[in-house]
Design a protein around this ligand. Structure first.
Ligand code: RBF
Length: 157
């Protein structure tokens, strides 16, 4: 049998930073609510969650880097909502957010989850922030939780 090392989904005693952009807040707030709901239903205490709000998804990488460096947490969850408009900004911001959050993850020993939704339409944003396509904030929180427990199983080395 191969040796399998994997993380479970117990959040008891674990601490999390949720770094969330405010832009498109009617959807972004639902991602935050989904992440909090998932973590607390898996055993995290309210006191073990810290929420950082930043203006938009462009600011997420730097805020996530600060959270990873300055907060005593087991994982960082980045949440944002990008909706394509009539300017090329969407592509620039989406690329920076994805690349930047990836760079923070690589530079940090903590799991850094990517919960940024990139939508062409408002309907897609509705679907991904708590309806037909689930809640991507909840899914990002679950990924962060699994990775935090995976790294704990590895001795956080
Ligand atoms: N931030 C988002 O999180 N989602 C967006 O859909 C979004 N669209 C933007 C569109 C334009 C034209 C501009 C100028 C900014 C947008 N932002 C968006 C905000 C961006 O992430 C950042 O907060 C600001 O550019 C300030 O650095």
């Amino acid at each position: 049998m191969p040796r399998i090392i994997e993380g479970d989904f117990s959040a008891k005693g674990k601490r999390f930073a949720i770094v969330a952009a405010r832009f498109n807040s009617i959807f972004a707030d639902q991602l935050v609510a989904g992440a909090i709901d998932t973590l607390t239903r898996h055993g995290a205490a309210d006191d073990d969650l810290v929420i950082l709000r930043c203006p938009g998804s462009f600011e997420l990488p730097q805020a996530a880097a600060k959270a990873a460096a300055h907060l005593d947490v087991d994982a960082v969850i980045c949440l944002g909502v990008l909706i394509r408009g009539s300017t090329p900004h969407f592509d620039y911001i989406a690329a920076e957010a994805a690349k930047g959050i990836g760079a923070v993850a690589r530079d940090s020993s903590l799991p850094v989850a990517f919960g940024v939704i990139t939508c062409d339409t408002l309907e897609q944003a509705v679907e991904r922030s708590g309806s037909k396509a689930g809640n991507k904030g909840a899914e990002a929180a679950l990924a962060a939780l699994e990775m935090a427990n995976l790294y704990a199983a590895l001795g956080n080395s």
